[in-house]
Structures are given as structure tokens and as C-alpha cells.
Write a protein that binds this ligand. Structure first.
Ligand SMILES: Nc1nc2c(ncn2[C@@H]2O[C@H](COP(=O)(O)OP(=O)(O)OP(=O)(O)O)[C@@H](O)[C@H]2O)c(=O)[nH]1
Ligand SMILES: [Mg+2]
Length: 556
């Protein structure tokens, strides 16, 4: 409030003492004083009024940034209004600006109004707008007919009551989410349209896998990835407005939000905003069944959270329950950095113990001398389905990403009693969050034991090159690229036979359809050949080979 005299400041401060009756938008006295003061200081003055008619905040100028106290005290959800209205004076008589309407929508104010100051310092015209419930025309707000202030007869409490009940009704019609959380997906990157769309499709699969209903997707091309909010503040407001208007519970960004960006966004809105990594962590938290898996997910969540703590502890509670905060970490969200660090150390220790046991398990298995073949590949490629059909097992296989988290090993017996161990592991995804690669290192350590990696690809996926490259990249990161690999194109039934054949030839892959056991013969024959040569190599190297393998009944 620079450049003002002490007397002017005192007069402005006194506005806090004013009360407005519940059925009035603004009292005559308050309107008069605001207009006179405004003329005196040659600046707009705005008051934020509560439903009880108290002045919550006074703002000078036209920028509207609510204080953290106000944001925390008056919350707005997608289906409710904030319970605050803003009335601002203006020295020139003009309709509500686009900026004001944006503020109305993204802050979900009860009402926004501008009151023109007449040249004699009296209240002039009053321009008003309020939000609309979701409607077929997609209109966000309604502009009320402007009137001279003294002729304004609108009863505020009646208006707001009607509006609230319309919002409730519209909610029943529009947001049919079966009690699920719902989200708007946003990609903000310099990538081209097609690539962004592909990625949004994958993000939608991830959301579905986390049981989040996708209400809309927004692709925004940005030139610079290092913005304060990941995308421009105007565009971010747009996204938040859409989210609220369509009744979504949260925004999910395809790009990773830096800790600074997460904080900046959470200061601007109380809508839940998460990123792809948090979504993936959430899915992992849902799917982790084994004790080790749970520890690994919790470790990843803690590592992700640590730099995002503001130190105030309030940032975390902003996230609320549900997506992005689910899982073993849930009860610890209120704890401070120190306790999270302690927890991380503890988890690391426990996981290291598991890793030692796993080594022992592996060496026991190693004694049988059976070759190990590990299924690797993009998530949802059909790895578990293939393991099931090859080994007559019942590992869970479903049409949703990250179905498998825990490693499973089964025996596969070929004719002439040759046997191998086949292991199924967690699927890969492009840009696998670093937190997860680190946390799943022990699970992925299993792959180190493999004599052969069976790289399973969903041949019907729109972007098989991207998926293959992502998997190969992760194998390189894990230093597993020296292990021989066999490329297997699964789900050939999804393409016309000629097209599937052509793709298999082009990539030198073996085509199968795990859903149709008959199609597996060429693969089994190939695997048998590889096993024979593996065994031959081993016996040449003097490795012990069991002449007669364990009976199938003792499958692990
Ligand atoms: N059309 C068709 N669908 C298949 C085939 N193989 C698997 N599927 C389906 O693909 C979906 C994913 O299969 P999963 O075996 O769970 O895939 P996964 O690679 O183990 O996936 P994650 O564990 O999530 O990494 C399931 O709905 C399967 O029924 C196939 O040959 N053809
Ligand atoms: Mg699986």
C-alpha cells in the first residue's frame, strides 16, 4: 500500500469494521466510502466479503491474489463456491474485464462486481457476474444486467441459495463418477501435437489403472520447460477453471513437476495437482502385495515427497487423501522432513535385508542349474498372460497397466524333460520415474540372473518403436543389455495376419498370441533350441547339469 498517506491508510483500514446485511450485495455506506476513498487515492479498492457480510480482505489495484490465510480459511471445491464475493471500484465506467471473469472462475467466488465511481465521488453503475453450473453450452458465467448502484434490488442471499442448489443439481447430472476420483489430464511440453496426444493416451491408461475417471485432456505446447508453473499462469488458470467447471477433483500433469513448481502451484490453488510420477507411485501402492513390494513403494513415495515438503507441513495436507497420497505413506504425511529421512533410512535397511535373503534364495535355485528366462517388456504387453499359458499358471493378468509388481518364477518343461525357469516381472514404461527405478532395483536384480531375456512387445500398440526403445533404454540403465535377448511380438491376433507377419520379419521377432496356445509352437521350439545351446555351453564350461530334473510337483 505504498504512496498513501497515513490518514488514507487509516481510512482504508476502517473499512474492515463495516458490516453488510446478508441480503445485500454491498451496503450503501460501504459503497459510498469505497467510492470516495477510491477517488481520493485514484486507485481501485476491492473488498472481499464473506457470506455473513464481514470484510475478509481489502485489496488495492486490480491484481487479485488471495492471502494464504484466506485461501486456507475459505476453500472452494469443484461443486461449491468459495463463500467470498469481490466488489471492486473503478474510476472509469466499463464492463467487467476478462481478467476479472477469470478470477471469478478460477477462485470460484460467489460473485464478482465492479462499481463505477461517478465524477462526484458517488457510486455509479454496478456490473455483476456469477458462475454457472456445468451446462450444455459450456458457458462459465453469467453477466447480470448492469444497473445504477442505488437501483440494484438483487437479494444476495436468495441469489446465492439458488445458485448453490443449481450447482448441486448439475452435479447429479454431469459428474457421474461412481464415487471415483476424477481428473483432467494436462500435457505441457515443447513436443508436437501427435506425440503429446500419444502420451496423454498413455496417461489416461495410467489414470484408469489407478481408478481415476478421466474427464478431459488438454495438450498445451510450451516453448520453455522451466516456467514457474510448468505452463504460463494464464493457461494454468484456464486449466484450473476447466477442472472446477467440469467438476473434476484434480489435475494430472504428464510432465514431472519440480519441487518448486509443485509448491508454486499449490500456493495458487487448492485444487489437487499431481504429476505422472505420483500417479505411477499411486498405482504401485495399490498393487504392491508382498511385504518387500510395499517397502519399495513406500521408499519411492518418501523419496519423491522429501524435496516437496515446504517445511511448513501445510503443503502436504493440501494434497488430501486419495490419489497421490495413497499407500503405506499415508499416515506419515504430516511428519516433517527429519522423520521422513529416518523412515527412508529404515526402509533402505529393511530392503537391503530382503535383498540378502533373495540372494540366498537365488543361490539355492542356482544349485539346480536350471537356465533362467525372464520376461521383460512394456507394461500391458502380455507378459503374465504368456507366463500363464506357457507354464499353466494363474498369475494375475489384466488389461490395465502395472498389473504385475512382484516377481514370479515358474518352471517350464520342454519335451525330453529339459526344463527352464521363467520369471515374470514388473512392466516398464517410458520415462520410468527415477524414484521407481531406484526402489525396484532389488526386484529388477532378478533379471541379472537371467540367461535369456524374452522381450515381449504388444504388436498392436500404436507406438511399438517408442515402447521397444523405452524397454531397451531401461535395460541399458540397469546394465542388463549384455544378456542375450529374444524379441517376441505378442497379440498378433490384433492385426491382420499379413501385417503381423511383415512386422515380425522387419524386426526379426517371433510372433505369438498368448491368448491362443496354438500360436506358441514356433516360440516353444525356438526356446527349446536356446535351452539346448545354453546347456551345451554350460556343460562345455564344466557346469553341473542335473540329469533328471525335479518333478513338476515341486514347482516354486
Ligand atoms: N488380444 C490379445 N490380448 C492379449 C494377448 N496377450 C495378453 N493379452 C491381454 O493383454 C492384457 C495385459 O496382459 P498382461 O499379461 O497382464 O500384461 P503384462 O505384460 O503382464 O502387464 P503388466 O503386468 O501390467 O506389466 C490382458 O487383458 C490380456 O488378456 C494376446 O495375445 N492377444
Ligand atoms: Mg504382468
Amino acid at each position: 500500500m505504498s504512496g498513501l498517506r497515513a490518514s488514507e491508510l487509516a481510512a482504508i483500514e476502517r473499512l474492515y469494521r463495516r458490516r453488510v446485511l446478508p441480503d445485500k450485495i454491498l451496503s450503501v455506506e460501504l459503497a459510498r466510502t469505497m467510492c470516495q476513498l477510491s477517488l481520493e487515492i485514484r486507485r481501485p479498492i476491492a473488498v472481499l466479503l464473506t457470506r455473513r457480510g464481514l470484510v475478509q480482505e481489502i485489496l488495492l489495484g486490480t491484481d487479485l491474489i488471495l492471502s494464504p490465510t484466506t485461501l486456507a480459511k475459505f476453500r472452494a471445491g469443484p461443486r461449491s463456491l468459495r463463500g467470498l464475493r469481490l466488489i471492486r471500484t473503478q474510476l472509469h465506467d466499463q464492463p467487467l474485464s476478462q481478467e476479472s471473469l477469470t478470477d471469478l472462475a478460477y477462485l470460484r467466488l460467489d460473485l464478482i462486481g465492479v462499481l463505477s465511481v461517478a465524477p462526484d465521488g458517488n457510486p455509479g453503475h454496478l456490473y455483476l457476474a456469477h458462475l454457472l453450473p456445468p451446462n450444455p453450452t459450456g458457458q462459465l458465467f453469467k453477466l447480470l444486467k448492469n444497473t445504477p448502484f442505488q437501483h440494484c434490488t438483487i437479494s444476495f442471499n436468495q441469489l446465492i441459495e439458488e445458485l448453490e442448489s443449481e450447482l448441486q443439481e448439475a452435479r447429479a447430472h454431469y459428474a457421474v463418477t461412481d464415487g471415483k476420483e476424477s481428473a483432467i489430464l494436462v500435457s505441457a511440453s515443447p513436443q508436437g501435437r501427435a506425440e503429446q496426444e500419444d502420451r496423454l493416451t498413455e496417461l489416461a491408461e495410467l489414470a484408469t489403472s489407478a481408478e481415476v475417471m478421466v474427464i478431459d485432456r488438454i495438450a498445451q505446447r510450451t516453448s520453455d520447460g522451466h516456467q514457474r508453473y510448468l505452463l504460463g499462469s494464464g493457461k494454468l488458470k484456464d486449466v484450473l477453471i476447466q477442472t472446477l467447471h467440469k467438476g473434476a477433483d484434480m489435475v494430472i500433469f504428464d510432465q514431472t513437476l519440480s519441487p518448486a513448481q509443485s509448491r508454486a502451484i499449490s500456493e495458487m490453488t487448492d485444487i489437487k495437482v499431481i504429476d505422472r510420477t505420483q500417479l505411477i507411485l499411486d498405482i504401485f501402492a495399490r498393487r504392491a502385495h508382498s511385504r518387500e513390494g510395499k517397502l519399495q513403494v513406500e521408499l519411492a513415495q518418501m523419496r519423491y515427497l522429501l524435496p516437496r515438503l515446504s517445511g511448513k507441513g501445510t503443503q502436504l495436507s493440501r494434497l488430501g487423501g486419495g490419489i497421490g497420497t495413497r499407500g503405506p505413506g499415508e499416515t506419515k504425511l504430516e511428519t516433517d522432513r527429519r522423520r521422513i529421512r529416518d523412515r527412508i533410512t529404515h526402509l533402505e535397511r529393511e530392503i537391503a535385508q530382503f535383498a540378502r535373503h533373495q540372494d540366498q534364495r537365488r543361490s539355492r535355485r542356482g544349485r539346480h542349474g536350471l537356465p533362467v528366462m525372464s520376461l521383460v517388456g512394456y507394461t500391458n504387453a502380455g507378459k503374465s498372460t504368456l507366463l500363464n499359458v506357457l507354464t499353466n499358471s494363474q498369475v494375475s493378468a489384466q488389461n490395465r497397466v502395472f498389473e504385475t509388481l512382484d516377481t514370479t518364477s515358474r518352471r517350464l518343461r520342454f519335451p525330453q524333460d529339459r526344463e527352464v525357469i521363467i520369471t515374470d516381472t514388473v512392466g516398464f514404461i517410458r520415462d520410468l520415474p527415477q524414484e521407481l527405478v531406484g526402489a525396484f532395483r532389488t526386484t529388477l536384480e532378478e533379471l541379472r540372473e537371467a540367461d535369456l531375456l524374452l522381450h515381449i512387445v504388444d504388436v498392436g500398440a500404436v507406438d511399438i518403436d517408442i515402447q521397444i526403445t523405452a524397454v531397451v533404454g531401461i535395460l541399458q540403465d540397469l546394465h542388463l543389455d549384455a544378456i542375450p535377448r529374444m524379441l517376441i511380438f505378442n497379440k498378433c491376433d490384433r492385426l491382420p495376419a499379413s501385417q503381423a507377419d511383415a512386422l515380425c520379419r522387419r524386426y526379426q521377432a517371433i510372433g505369438v498370441s498368448a491368448l491362443h496356445a496354438m500360436t506358441l509352437h514356433p516360440l516353444i521350439a525356438q526356446l527349446d533350441l536356446r535351452v539346448q545351446s545354453l546347456m551345451a555351453d554350460r556343460s562345455n564350461a564344466g557346469v553341473f547339469l542335473p540329469s533328471d530334473v525335479l518333478p513338476l510337483a515341486s514347482r516354486p
